[in-house]
Design a protein around this ligand. Structure first.
Ligand code: ZN
Length: 75
């Protein structure tokens, strides 16, 4: 195994969203928008963070939301 030098910040269910934007559900690839001040939820597609989640993501302590981009950001 090669240690990843570019570990991206991931968030778990129940954490407060600090940045409004699009987040990727790592285990299933689903994209969901979260607004700052809200709380990360389970993934509605794969139920990550719950008992029904994919293998390795069945615990609410698992971090599976990965920040992708700010909503409406101008480039
Ligand atoms: Zn998912």
């Amino acid at each position: 195994m090669i240690a990843s030098a570019t570990a991206l910040t991931r968030f778990r269910m129940g954490e407060t969203v600090t940045k409004t934007g699009w987040y990727l559900c790592v285990p299933c690839g689903y994209l969901q928008e979260f607004s700052a001040g809200n709380t990360f939820t389970t993934c509605e597609v794969c139920r990550a963070g719950t008992d029904d989640g994919p293998e390795g993501y069945t615990d609410k302590e698992n971090e599976f939301w990965e920040f992708i981009q700010v909503t409406g950001s101008k480039t």
